[in-house]
Design a protein around this ligand. Structure first.
Ligand SMILES: Cc1cc2nc3c(=O)[nH]c(=O)nc-3n(C[C@H](O)[C@H](O)[C@H](O)COP(=O)(O)O)c2cc1C
Length: 114
């Protein structure tokens, strides 16, 4: 059984996650190739039994442009035998959390003044 992890990462968060998943799979004796999205170019999806795809999100929760070609590759190659998984990182929840915290602090501050 042969697996691949293909990911994109700018600041390193998704890269760290990819390395952890890689380590866990190797510990389970699953031979796993680890690729950045650039490194995977000219490789074939159908050579693998398991493929995990990892990405970050940007703008308004969009996928990065560099991942689009890979998703098209999934549609054009014969990947019926491939078990797939996805993983990723994002900052949306943190910004919501911080915005909520700020609102809470403003309410507390206003209630002290009233
Ligand atoms: C310009 C920019 C836009 C972002 N937009 C989003 C977003 O829309 N939704 C989200 O969940 N995270 C967003 N993030 C947060 C990243 O997805 C998050 O930090 C992620 O872990 C980065 O992954 P990386 O370290 O693998 O590059 C944004 C980050 C940057 C720098």
């Amino acid at each position: 059984m042969k697996a691949a992890i293909i990911y994109s990462s700018v600041t390193g968060n998704t890269s760290t996650l990819a390395e952890i998943i890689h380590e866990k799979m190797e510990q389970r004796d699953i031979k796993t190739d680890l690729f950045t999205i650039d490194q995977f170019q000219n490789h074939s999806l159908k050579d693998y039994d398991i493929i995990a795809v990892g990405t970050y999100s940007w703008d308004n929760g969009d996928l990065p442009l560099e991942m689009e070609e890979l998703f098209e590759q999934f549609e054009t190659e014969d990947v019926d035998h491939v078990t797939t998984g996805v993983f990723g990182t994002g900052g949306q929840l943190l910004s919501l959390f911080l915005w909520g915290l700020l609102t809470y602090l403003r309410i507390c501050f206003l209630s002290i003044l009233i």
